[in-house]
Design a protein around this ligand. Structure first.
Ligand SMILES: [Fe+2]
Ligand SMILES: [Fe+2]
Length: 245
């Protein structure tokens, strides 16, 4: 076998050599520069300085990772998803500060619009990101209408169930001074953001229903597993509280 001469271009007989075009898959605005993403990440994190544990920056980081995982499987636009995940809860402190009177999804969307504009994000992408944020709320009536919006919604809700969800529910209960557990709680006669707003109340009102609200196939797969674990946990909590085990 003869050596290949690296100095000369090898040309197959009868076939034209086509050089790959580096810009072939790039259109203006396609690739989000890492430094801009980092600047936005930095601004987003700063909004969580005084955040409560149940809705801290840690939650955003977990949602970001889940968005990448689900988004890749579902073929979503990861640039839009990354921005939406980083900014989706930046108005949360306003909702916590007002005991739920301010809608954090709307507040976060408004703040995100300002941050994205300052960082030079093009209008089309900004509109898509803001729309994802506006529609990510479980209790909201405005439902996600894009694949990226659905992935963000799913990732955000998946962080409320399973082992992480249980942990967050107890953190939140602690923040509002709730009891550890009340197996006989009447959900229709108790209020959110009150001392009766326990982890178990949250499970009955919201967490147990999340798996039926997930949009994407990959999200549903993760939800089934997390739901099973969480339901088992609360069943056991009832049995332990009654002294049965
Ligand atoms: Fe949120
Ligand atoms: Fe969230």
């Amino acid at each position: 076998m003869g050596r290949i001469d690296m100095g000369k271009k090898q040309k197959r007989p009868g076939k034209e050599v086509i050089k790959p075009d580096r810009n072939e898959r790039k259109r203006p605005g396609d690739a989000l520069p890492e430094r801009i993403l980092e600047a936005i990440r930095h601004e987003a994190e700063a909004c969580f300085r005084n955040a409560r544990g149940s809705h801290s920056w840690d939650h955003t980081q977990r949602v970001y990772q889940l968005c990448l995982r689900i988004g890749r499987k579902e073929g979503a636009d990861l640039e839009i998803l990354k921005l939406a995940a980083l900014l989706h809860d930046i108005g949360r402190e306003a909702e916590d500060r007002t005991d739920g009177r301010v809608c954090h999804a709307r507040e976060s969307a408004e703040r995100a619009r300002r941050i994205l504009t300052i960082n030079g994000i093009d209008k089309k992408r900004m509109t898509a990101v803001v729309r994802c944020i506006e529609t990510h709320r479980f209790r909201g009536r405005d439902l996600p209408d894009s694949l990226e919006g659905k992935v963000l919604f799913d990732a955000d809700k998946l962080d409320s169930i399973g082992a992480v969800g249980i942990g967050r529910a107890f953190l939140f209960a602690g923040e509002v001074g709730a009891r550890l557990h009340d197996p006989k709680i009447q959900v229709d006669q108790t209020q959110p953001y009150s001392q009766e707003d326990s982890a178990y109340r949250e499970f009955l009102v919201k967490l147990s229903k999340i798996k039926d609200r997930i949009f994407t196939r990959e999200g549903r797969r993760i939800a089934r597993d997390r739901h099973r674990f969480m339901t088992e946990y609360f069943k056991r909590l009832n049995r332990e509280t009654a002294g049965r085990i």
